[in-house]
Structure formats: C-alpha cells, structure tokens
Ligand binder design. Sequence first.
Ligand code: URA
Length: 233
Amino acid sequence: MKLVKLLANLGYGSRREVQRLIRAGAVTHENGDALDDHSATPHAEIRFRGEPLDPEFPLTIMLNKPDGYTCSADDPGSTVYDLLPERFAHRNPGLNCIGRLDKDTTGLLLMTDDGKLLHKIIHPKSACHKVYRATLARPLEGHEAALFASGTLMLNGETKPLLPAQFEKLGECEALVTLHEGRYHQVRRMFAAAGNHVVALKRISIGGLQLPEDLEEGEWCALSADDMQRLLG
Ligand code: URA
C-alpha cells in the first residue's frame, strides 16, 4: 500500500493532511531518511515523527475491559473505544468487538478489523468456548452443574433451550461457567433461572486464549501469532 493511503487508513490524517506531513519530512525510515509516497518500506521500519507506526492491518487486540464501559461505539457514555489510542477511532477499517460484554461485565474482550475472523469466532458453530467467573449474591445450592449441563434449560422469553454449559464451583458464592454460545445476558439469566443473582462477572478466556494476568484493567495489547493459534486452536 502506498504511504499516503496507509497513513490515512491508520488515522494519521486525511490523505491531503498526510501528503502535507510527508512533504514536511514527518515520515521517515528508522535510519532517519525522509520517505515519500513511493517508498516501499517495511511497516516496522517506518517512523512518524520519530515514533514507530501504529500496528498494521489486520489488527486484533485483547482488552481487559473494566466495569462501566459499553461495547457500543455510539453509546453516549464511556465505551471501550475510549480505552484505545484516539487515532484508532480513525482507522479504516476500524476495530469491532468480537461479541459484546455487558456494561458491568469485566475481562477479556477481543476487537478486530478482520471481518472474516470476527464471523468465524461469533458463528454459532464456532469452537471458541468462553469461560466466565461469576460471583453470586447467595451461596450455590448444588443443582447448578446439572441444570446448566442439561441441554433443556430454557431462559425466560426464549423458545430454544440452551446448549449444555459446564459449571465448576470455586467457592461458596463463586463459580466458573463455560459457554458454547452467546445469548443476551446469558450467564446472568442462567443464574437467575437457578434462583441466584450474579453480582460480578468476568470473562477469563475465549477458545484457548486466557486473559493474561499482567494485563491490567483498561489495558490492551495486540494478539501475537501464538495468541491467535491459542484462540483458534
Ligand atoms: N453473559 C452475561 O450475562 N453477560 C455478559 O456480558 C456475557 C455473558
């Protein structure tokens, strides 16, 4: 891709603005040589005002989503997009959430500009199971594992039973739930059907990809090739 188009697509400015920046010498090779629109320089060697360029396309990131942020780009309140560099809002193609988390759910959120990958993961036949850690208002009663695994649990207002889900008790009021589908407020509604109430919910993995322990709430990182392998199995 030509430099002007690349930088414009990365959100550094309109094509005209980027042309001006290139002419002014803001875009260089790592060795300091000014680049022009015809330079075929590897992405990793390009500098913008001395700084490495933002990650190239396609880009998939994981974010440790904090409580209180929605996944919808046009929500008037705080959104997960507020946690990313301002320039990312101007990338073309832009990043979309791979499946949403509720405003008050925390943890692993994937975002990508790769439409094929997004559809692969959210497709109902996707092998990417999701694991949630739920904190409950009341002690677990012991019937939850069988209820969730039954394949007959019907959520309020729905006509199709849930696919079997795995349940693991972690403590009196704490459990892991593994889902193989993604319905609206699914974990919260499952516990409501079991006579309990979720007070905190965190997604800790998608497919074989775990939320890294050193990724603080509100932080993000690009997926490496190894992460992608773990995700898709
Ligand atoms: N289940 C829920 O109830 N909420 C989420 O955000 C994800 C799964």
